[in-house]
Design a protein around this ligand. Sequence first.
Ligand code: NAD
Ligand code: IPM
Ligand code: MN
Length: 363
Amino acid sequence: TRQHRITLLPGDGIGPEILAVTVDVLKVIGKQFDLNFEFTEALIGGAAIDATGNPLPEETLKICRNSDAVLLAAIGGYKWDNLPRHQRPETGLLGIRAGLGLFANLRPATILPQLIDASTLKREVVEGVDIMVVRELTGGIYFGQPKGIFETESGEKRGVNTMAYTESEIDRIAQIGFETAQKRRGKLCSVDKANVLDVSQLWRDRVTLMAEKYPDVELSHLYVDNAAMQLVRNPKQFDTIVTGNLFGDILSDAAAMLTGSIGMLPSASLGSDGPGLFEPVHGSAPDIAGLDKANPLAQVLSAAMMLKYGLNEPEAADQIEQAVLAVLEKGYRTGDIMSEGMTLVGCKGMGEVLINVLESLQG
Ligand code: NAD
Ligand code: IPM
Ligand code: MN
C-alpha cells in the first residue's frame, strides 16, 4: 500500500460540489490500486474569509506544505467582490501559488472525440486538437511592483500594475516549455508582445537563447494578439505554448473553449520542490452554484493530473481518464457539454455514472 497525503481545498461556489464528486472517485481508485489516500480539508478563498477574515490562513499553507499534493476546486464569488484587494478570494489563490513556489502551470486542451459536437467551432477545425499551454504562474503583471491605486499630484487616482520578469524567471519556465514540447510533438510556440513591451523583448531573447540547448524542438514566436486569433482560426498548428502569467490566463480560457467547455479543463501547478497544486482552469461559477448543474469533469481530470504529475501514480491517472471517456461515450452530459440525443445529468449524477463505470473497470 502506498500512502499519499492530499490537502483538499473546496473553496467557493461550485467548488464543494465538484470536489465531493472527485473525492468519491479517488476513494474508488484508492481501493483499486491499493493506495491509501489521507485527505485533509482546509480553508481558502471566500470560505476562509468568512471563517477567519483571511483568504489564505497561515494554517492552510502549513497543511498544504505538509502534504504530498493539493487538490483545489475554485474560489471567488459576488459576496466578496467589493472587499479590499488583500482580503479578496483571488488574493488567497495568488498567495497559495506564490507560497508553494508553483511557477509552472500546465493547462492541457485536448479535444475528446465524443465532445466535438459540443464545441462552438466546426468539426474540421477542432478535431484532433491537442495543445499544452505552459503558463508562468508566480511572476509577470500579477506580482510585479509597484502596484496599487495611487493619487497623482493633481489629486486624481492612478491604477498601477507592473509587468516584470527577471532572466531567471523566464529561463525556468522556458525550460519547462522546451521539456514539455520534447515529450510531446517537438513544437514550442512562445507567446509574447515583444513588438511593444520591453519585458516581452527580454522574454523572447531568453527563450531564443535557450533553444540552442534543445535542437530537437522547433521553436516559433507569436505576438499574443495573433496567437489568440490563430487559436480560433487553426488550433491544430499548436503543440506546446509557453507564455507569461496574464497571456497564459487569457489564452488558456480561449483554448478551453475549443474543447467544448471550460468545465472539462484541468491544470497542474508545479514548482521545483514541494507539493504540486491541481485545479480546474475554470472558476467558482457563481451563476450555477448550488444548483447541481456544474460539470465536475475538470476537477476529476485535475485529480488525474495530480496522480500523474504529483504522486507518480500514472496507472491510476489513466484509469480516471478512461472512466471519463467511457461516461462520455455512454452519452452522459452536464448542461455545458449537452448536445442532441445525449442524456442530461447534474453534477451528482455525473459522479454516480463515473463511479459505476470505474467499478466495472479492473484495477
Ligand atoms: P468561471 O470560470 O467561474 O465561469 C465562467 C462561465 O463558465 C460561467 O457561465 C460558468 O457557469 C461556466 N462554468 C465554469 N465552470 C463550469 C463548470 N465546471 N461546469 C459548468 N459551467 C461552468 O469564471 P467567472 O464567472 O469569470 O468568475 C467567477 C468567479 O470565479 C470569480 O470570483 C473569479 O475570480 C473566480 N475564478 C476563480 C478561479 C480559480 O479558483 N482558479 C478561476 C477563474 C475565476
Ligand atoms: C485562473 C484564474 C485566476 C488567475 C484568478 C481567479 C486569480 O482566472 O486560475 O485562471 O487569473 O490566475
Ligand atoms: Mn483564468
